[in-house]
Write a protein that binds this ligand. Structure first.
Ligand code: SAM
Length: 221
């Protein structure tokens, strides 16, 4: 699978794409990430990529031409603009992207991009959540990381992606590891019982309760 990331700050991605599972998946050839800087298509002495908004107002808007030149050759890919105005990112979206061959992620900066870019060169708009970041880079990394861990071979134990929060519209149950007691705080007895049926029943109950308490919307939807 290949990602093309369109960003004015390609250097933003160096370390996050190098470490842990994503770094390994790239080295193993499971996922490829190409970083594309729209400034490479900017013209004029100042290689300008942003300009003041028509109609006035604060901030700058990313210009259509450098983005058109970057995104037009990627028409064969699924082109996603990361924006607070998009549909909130969820596990189903990551699942869908993980079945695609090539996904392009456009990261905005400043006040965002000229709307003609979205109209003519974007297939889908995705938001990281109901808050405003400085740029789309963190959102692009969230997509890359969330998709990479779904690719066969990227995560050691495939069961770990199967039994996790959101997969079945339930939050995951609490997890514990050694020691069985720390500062008097004991791990629930049932987990030490060796009785797998009881353990699974306890986990199921915890998933239901947590989801009911914290994210009832997942149950109701
Ligand atoms: N003026 C825009 C608005 O009110 O919707 C916000 C622009 S924001 C400061 C600059 C860029 O950061 C956006 O173009 C987008 O690419 C990215 N961004 C900010 N918040 C985001 C979010 N919640 N999800 C995805 N991208 C986001």
């Amino acid at each position: 699978m290949k990602f093309n990331v369109v960003s004015l700050f390609p250097e933003f991605f160096a370390s996050p794409l190098d470490v842990s599972f994503v770094g390994k998946a790239r080295r193993d050839g499971l996922v490829e990430v190409a970083l594309l800087d729209p400034r490479d298509h900017a013209t004029g002495v100042h290689r300008q990529v942003d300009d003041a908004p028509y109609g006035g107002g604060a901030g700058m808007v990313m210009m259509v031409e450098p983005l058109a030149k970057t995104l037009e050759p990627l028409a064969h890919t699924h082109r996603v603009y990361l924006t607070p105005a998009g549909r909130p990112l969820d596990q189903a979206t990551l699942d869908r992207f993980s079945n695609m061959e090539e996904v392009t992620l456009l990261c905005g900066r400043y006040e965002g991009v000229d709307e003609r870019v979205v109209e003519h060169f974007i297939d889908e708009e995705v938001s990281l959540g109901d808050y405003v970041l400085l740029g789309g880079e963190v959102a692009a990394l969230a997509v890359i990381e969330g998709v990479t861990r779904l690719l066969p071979g990227a995560v050691g134990n495939p069961a770990s992606t199967e039994h996790e929060s959101f997969r079945h519209r339930r939050l995951e149950e609490p997890q514990y590891t050694r020691p069985a007691e720390f500062r008097g705080w004991a791990v629930p007895d049932v987990l030490l019982s060796g009785d797998h049926a009881r353990i699974e029943a306890w986990r199921e109950e915890q998933r239901e309760q947590r989801t009911k308490d914290r994210r009832p919307d997942l149950i109701e939807d």
